[in-house]
Design a protein around this ligand. Sequence first.
Ligand SMILES: Nc1nc2c(ncn2[C@@H]2O[C@H](COP(=O)(O)OP(=O)(O)OP(=O)(O)O)[C@@H](O)[C@H]2O)c(=O)[nH]1
Ligand SMILES: [Mg+2]
Length: 240
Amino acid sequence: MAERALVIIPTYNERENLPRIVPAILQQDPRLEVLVVDDNSPDGTGKLAAALAAEDARIHVLHRAGKLGLGTAYVAGFRWALEGGYDYVFEMDADFSHDPRHLPTFLAEIADADLVIGSRYLNRRVTVVNWPMSRLMLSYFANVYARWVTGLKLWDSTGGYKCYRRAVLAEIDLDQVRSNGYSFQIEMSFRAWRKGFRIREITITFSDRSEGHSKMSGRIVREAVWMVWRLRWWALVGKV
Ligand SMILES: Nc1nc2c(ncn2[C@@H]2O[C@H](COP(=O)(O)OP(=O)(O)OP(=O)(O)O)[C@@H](O)[C@H]2O)c(=O)[nH]1
Ligand SMILES: [Mg+2]
């Protein structure tokens, strides 16, 4: 059987971005397919995704009833990917922060890794374009903090451009995943690390979103501040 890879894109109001990002992804490699997980976006992104899916067998959509958060959108996508028998599963944003041209590098690296993470800070080299300094600082020091609390030695544990080998998602108990915002990324990598999977980081160039609006919030940051301690505790008591 030929290898298949699924790129999961959670969307909430990404009408301007979706019709551009999907073809940009599919042209990178014939193994790639796309799953859009839309949370009933008021701007009609879900309808747009359904129209794209009707035109192309490599495009799929999962509609959810309302804005339920990034983490649960990915978990729903992961379950869909496991049922569909995909070998590799990507996480990717719709807003062009994650350049589709990095996809072939991920596919090359996953050949002998279990989880490949697109890193904005690999070896302290910052590869973020046009973010305000305040946002960059928050993100950079969030990573220093997460590394310090959890012991997970990653340069970028909060980034959301990743590729999982199927076995990682099959082994992690998805029902137990608790985070929904940025800490979702930390939690998934932490769980993979605790299970002994091979994690590799590659440098990506990350740009601020060009169209649409940010869903970043204080609540998401607060969740991450507490969640890393919870992860450390879970590791201590043998829960992960
Ligand atoms: N399905 C779903 N998708 C979401 C939700 N929140 C965010 N997204 C999508 O997840 C991806 C990342 O969200 P962003 O808003 O870009 O978050 P960010 O990159 O931290 O912030 P900005 O780029 O500054 O907006 C985008 O494709 C969003 O449309 C949600 O609750 N449900
Ligand atoms: Mg974004």
